[in-house]
Design a protein. Sequence first.
Length: 342
Amino acid sequence: MCIEAVGSWVWVCRMMHGDYKERGMISSALMWDPLDLKGSENELRKQCQDFATALLDHTRGSYELEVLLNHDPTGPAFEHGERMHLNRLKLAIKFRQKKFVAHPNVQQLLASIWYEGLPGFRRRNMALQALEVIRIGLLFPIFSLCYIIAPHSSWGQTMRKPFIKFICNSASYFTFLFLLILASQRFETLIVDMLGLKSNWFSVDVTTKRGSPPSFVEWFILAWVFGLIWSEIKQLWDVGLQEYVGDMWNVLDFVTNSLYVATIALRIVAHHHVQKEKETKPNEPNPGDIPREDWDTWDPMLIAEGLFAAANIFRSIFFPLSCFCLFGSRLLYLISFGSVIL
């Protein structure tokens, strides 16, 4: 009886002042109660979801819907024209309120926000849409620099549009994967062979030597890795440790970035070991020229290459999986919108 009383509409309206967070917490808590109470509690959980969803049916326009979805009990009231943070919608996603998220009014608002900054994009044919996506993807370095240098400029604000942000993130990701392919194929050695260059820096085996410095492509990869790590740190700061760890995609990102950091650290250690051997044994052959088959089994350079390969596998597998989930018709907004809108 106590559970039924707490789940009743009268109690929710009178004692909780219509706060969606309270209803979501009740509905979420009812999912994890003992099996012997599942029958009645599933009905009560559905009742809480229906009550929250019924509020959307009473909105009389887009402004009321925006106020409802952007309500923040700790902040000022939402005004039309402000950037929408969709606090109530994020809370609904957190508490798995599928009916609330799938409501037609919410989906219509999400679609308008998703394509913000691209007027008329959905009315174009597929060829024009593809050209627009390619144009934005090619301009992602400029958009990124403008966002870093002048985030409040018109070009910097463009990066905050969800769909444009998604295209730029995807273009950046494809560029990163392309750099990983170049690094794995020893791109510098191919260029040296094709052009016949001979120098101390661009030697044929510069990237395979023991304790060798980073190659030209590896410097770019290093910059990308630092950017990915900074992005994860910002997300961790925004959502908190508990919510961050609760997302499987964040765990995969953390593992992949950790492998890249370990690779960088081991490359530094390998370079330090070679330089130290040069100083302590000046009369012996250059330790960096030792054939690979004569290296120690646990040489930091070998371990770094193994970790780098493992990180590349994680990164190359993770992206197709995330795209599959992203473009799934049922999971589109539940997975992608919660992170892209931030």
